[in-house]
Design a protein around this ligand. Sequence first.
Ligand code: NDP
Length: 260
Amino acid sequence: MAEAGSQGLTVDLSGQVAIVTGASQGLGQAMAGELARQGAKVACVARNAEKLASVVEEIEAAGGEALALSCDVTDRASVDKLVDDVIEKWDRLDILVNNAGITRDTLLPRMSDDEWDDVINTNLRGAFLFARAASRVMMRARYGRIINISSVSGLMGNSGQTNYSASKAGLIGMTRSLSRELAGRKVTVNAIAPGFIETEMTKVLVDKFGDQFIKEAKTRIPAKRLGQPAEVAVAVAFLASPAAAYITGTVLAVDGGMTG
Ligand code: NDP
């Protein structure tokens, strides 16, 4: 039986418009594909225009509608313009997935200012900028879904990741507060905390620490395996759906039981 479960979930997002940041590869690519498969028009955001173009091509080849929008999520002017451009093109914005993220792992005593700032700026400030621009539109429309991609590192902490864990825990705080601000306007705000998912981000760790890293990781995962991007993407589709209207301010762990 297939483990990665996008085949199992059908939600109706037809007519809706989504922005997915960090959509050029990995989890973001899977999320963009899943939202498009469920009928949404998807603005795919990242810095690498070439990779974005191929993600959009793939979505279109599968019958979906998507747009490649190259943007650095840390740049306020670019983020504001991007949201305006999406509204101009598609006339609405229903779903925002703040997924763009980076790691700059090292033990805190050795961490440089740049390693701290780059991670906080990308993972937390980027999400703030997009949430601010999107929430203004969603509040007016009295409908919206904001989904912030946190991490188990934001829940449990992880040695060598003080910057990353701080950014991901920060996203959870932001999610909880913003959900309270927007609930009355029918805009939900939730976080997803993935565990170890097979992407370029985790491949870097395998390349650095060898297969032993995966073996050790598996001992900490009750499900005894890494997750697949599609398994996070279905959680995004569910929280993004009209059916999830009464779920807000939560953190959904998609981690094979790591934090359970
Ligand atoms: P990848 O490294 O594979 O992809 C990261 C994405 O973020 C890329 O599309 C990258 O595109 C984009 N990005 C990075 N910096 C910026 C920026 N400044 N502006 C715009 N886009 C940016 O990571 P994953 O797919 O593995 O992870 C996606 C998210 O999920 C991250 O937030 C990560 O922290 C989180 N996560 C991942 C887990 C995992 O096991 N893989 C576990 C828990 C959480 P480009 O470089 O072209 O800009």
